[in-house]
Design a protein around this ligand. Structure first.
Ligand SMILES: Cc1cc2nc3c(=O)[nH]c(=O)nc-3n(C[C@H](O)[C@H](O)[C@H](O)COP(=O)(O)OP(=O)(O)OC[C@H]3O[C@@H](n4cnc5c(N)ncnc54)[C@H](O)[C@@H]3O)c2cc1C
Length: 333
């Protein structure tokens, strides 16, 4: 007789890991199954969380709620794993031109931006409320932790493994009540949630060795930060589709920003699962009663996954409504 679980989570990127920890903190039984995909988005992620993002430097959606949840959540994970994974770091954004200066002047007239200002001078601005998650360590240690408890299996769950029995998914060899799909961009090919507009956004990041040292995350078209005195993490590129465009463009940008020689140590490639309206995709399948989804984390998996796991958990276990801006019902015809 197979052991019975309340939940099965398919996929252990940022989405699946957040759901697993959410269930763990709430004493629910679960098992994670992951296929160890080579190009998962999470494996390439720089791990930055940042309340003011994008080319236009606008305040990120739902920043207050997301960032409050992020702090509480990862600190709880750190306590369970007895390791450090979350690092606060301010962001230094050098100005490119007078337009940048004027744009920041306008933004700072608004209280929602002012509270993130640390320092400004004629060369650039330092903003606060940001930092990074050591995603690689988080994923690795999460896997190890749950593996030791018998809550983790390596397997590729294909559509033919999913059998519909009275509008419920069953998988041979597993006994569970609910299934949460966290398969990143692979979900698009599986087509279980066919109405949901998932789009692939490929990207590169790179670890480098250099004498450049800064306490800040340096952001100028590219983000660069020290993970040790001589090692830095830098990225990212954004290319619609699945193609790996390589790191040469990224390297040119890094050279321009740090203005120092550097040596590449390791490059990463991944495909972000993005949604049409750039909001996460969370909810329950239209027809299948025990099938749920967390996806569409786009370029903000670190800050959005803890919140999404909370919204889904509260919906399933506490009868709360999912925020309609992230609920997959918004795409139902
Ligand atoms: C270059 C780059 C830089 C980035 N930088 C940042 C950043 O600084 N900050 C930030 O917040 N976000 C960043 N992101 C975005 C972030 O990586 C994504 O938002 C996030 O990783 C998405 O997580 P996910 O769990 O949905 O998907 P994924 O990370 O793709 O995980 C999906 C998981 O599902 C598993 N899986 C897939 N199919 C199956 C199957 N059939 N059976 C079993 N398992 C399966 C895979 O093995 C994988 O582990 C970056 C992304 C890239 C590519």
């Amino acid at each position: 007789m197979n052991k019975k679980y309340e939940y099965i989570i398919i996929g252990q990127g940022l989405a699946g890991s957040a759901m697993a920890w959410r269930l763990y903190f709430n004493n629910k039984s679960f098992i994670i199954i992951d296929s160890q995909a080579k190009f998962s988005a999470s494996k390439a992620a720089l791990g930055i969380y940042n309340p003011i993002t994008g080319r236009k430097n606008i305040k990120t959606w739902n920043a207050e709620t997301l960032f409050k949840e992020l702090g509480t959540f990862y600190k709880k994970v750190e306590k369970s794993l007895e390791i450090k994974i979350l690092y606060e770091k301010d962001i230094y954004r050098p100005f490119n031109n007078n337009k940048d200066v004027n744009d920041w002047d306008t933004r700072l007239g608004n209280n929602k931006y002012k509270k993130y200002l640390k320092k400004i001078d004629k060369n650039g601005i330092i903003t606060k409320g940001s930092g990074y998650l050591d995603v690689k360590k988080y994923l690795k240690e999460t896997k190890k932790y749950f593996e030791c408890q018998g809550r983790y299996k390596i397997n590729n769950i294909k559509n033919e493994d999913l059998v519909n029995k009275n509008n419920n998914i069953v998988i041979e060899g597993y006994n569970f009540e609910k299934i949460v799909m966290c398969r990143g961009i692979n979900e698009k090919k599986m087509n279980l949630f066919s109405e949901i507009p998932l789009t692939p956004v490929a990207g590169n990041s790179i670890k480098i060795k250099s004498n450049h040292f800064s306490d800040y995350i340096l952001n100028k078209g590219v983000s660069v930060f020290n993970i040790t005195k001589k090692k830095l993490f830098a990225g990212s590129t954004y290319d619609n589709g699945y193609i790996n465009e390589g790191t040469s463009h990224l390297k040119k940008k890094i050279k321009k920003v740090i203005n120092k020689e550097f040596k590449s140590l390791k490059s990463y490639f991944g495909i972000r699962p993005a949604s049409r309206d750039r909001r996460p995709l969370v909810g329950k399948h239209d027809v299948i009663d025990n099938l749920y989804l967390i996806n569409g984390l786009g370029s903000k998996g670190v800050s959005q996954s803890p919140y999404c796991s909370k919204e889904l958990f509260d919906y399933i276990e506490n009868n709360k409504k999912i925020n309609k801006e992230i609920n997959i019902d918004r795409f139902k015809s």
